[in-house]
Design a protein around this ligand. Structure first.
Ligand code: DAH
Length: 331
């Protein structure tokens, strides 16, 4: 019986015909379906074997039908397209298709990478206060590192956030560890020249645990995997640095993908490009948010810089000029 069924399936020439065959075998009243009804006449000790055998046949037949169906549909589609009277290639005015701005697509690429590792995406306010933007990040009022941030201040202790790091603080104040988050968004600084704009985008990252111990090695591995995912086969270098909210801190460079480290204008002839800052969360920060016995790492990066490196855009300002000729290249 099975051989006859398989033969019929193989010989079948159209998907409608194949459907008839399927109903004839597997339908409500199909030949194989009816064989299941014979079960009641089989002695108890043989029932299991009998059912197993029928199920195997059913699986084989179903697979054969599915396989045949795919190849028949392919053949039929080919035939249909050949005989179709409309030549779609003759339509020569395609609609003007939009494109994602390179900042958006780069931001999406970064977010997709970290969400695939189960990082949570957290939003924070653009208008911050002194506590979240500075104080809780171990930058007290008298701290010289505050000079690194040229800040837009409002009255009443409010300011435009100068980095996405305050979202670390907001998260640690509202969530219990383990925390694994990124905070993408706009930041603002009183800075405007060829390589700086008063508004730009950052992505912050934070991982905190109250069990076990998160070390610099965990941070290093995470950053290496991330950068290789973004930039491909590049060398990665960690340089000791200083950020008030991490200790130890590092800045991370990738080997210049434009000149294979021979030295070019983009890497200022150094062969290396700085891409992010990171470090092990300073215990003073945990104290500010009243977290005890925790360890963690954090990182922060500029999205415009990533977009420029990924798409070989030489001038930062082109990203902010809303020139449709730039966008057309990303269709
Ligand atoms: N907030 C820093 C900046 O704007 C970037 C940064 C550096 C963030 C190190 C971090 C970090 O979380 O660990 O320059």
């Amino acid at each position: 019986m099975v051989d006859k069924w398989l033969e019929n399936i193989k010989k079948c020439k159209s998907s409608t015909n194949l459907d008839d065959i399927r109903i004839k075998i597997l339908g409500k009243n199909g030949e194989l379906t009816n064989m299941f009804a014979d079960m009641k006449n089989i002695p108890n000790e043989n029932k299991k074997e009998f059912a197993k055998n029928l199920n195997e046949q059913k699986i084989n037949i179903t697979k054969a039908i599915e396989g045949r169906k795919i190849s028949l549909i392919k053949q039929e589609t080919k035939r249909k397209l050949k005989s179709s009277a409309i030549d779609v290639s003759k339509y020569n005015m395609p609609p003007d298709i939009g494109a994602l701005h390179p900042i958006t697509s780069t931001m999406n690429q970064i977010i997709n990478y970290f969400t695939s590792l189960n990082y949570e995406v957290i939003d924070g306010p653009l208008i911050e206060d002194d506590f979240h933007n500075f104080e809780a990040l171990n930058l007290p009022t008298y701290h010289p590192a505050r000079d690194m941030q040229d800040t837009f201040y409002f009255n009443d202790n409010k300011l435009l956030r100068t980095h996405t790091s305050p979202v670390q603080i907001r998260t640690m104040l509202t969530q219990k560890p383990p925390i694994r988050m990124i905070a993408p968004g706009k930041v603002f600084r009183r800075d405007f020249d060829i390589t700086h704009t008063p508004m730009f985008n950052q992505v912050e990252g934070l991982v905190v645990q109250d069990e076990g111990h998160i070390s610099f090695a965990n941070l290093k591995h995470t950053m290496q995997e991330f950068l290789i995912n973004m930039f491909g086969d590049v060398d990665i270098r960690f340089r000791p640095s200083f950020f008030p909210f991490t200790e130890p801190s590092a800045e991370v460079d990738i080997s210049c993908p434009f000149c294979q480290q021979k030295g070019c204008q983009i890497c200022s002839k150094t062969g290396w490009l700085e891409v992010l800052g990171c470090g092990v969360v300073d215990q003073n920060v945990f104290e500010k948010v009243a977290l005890k016995n925790c360890s963690g790492f954090a990182f922060g990066l500029g999205v415009e810089r990533f977009a420029m490196l990924l798409h070989k855009i030489p001038d930062l300002r082109t990203l902010f000029q809303s020139d449709v000729r730039l966008l057309r290249q990303f269709r």
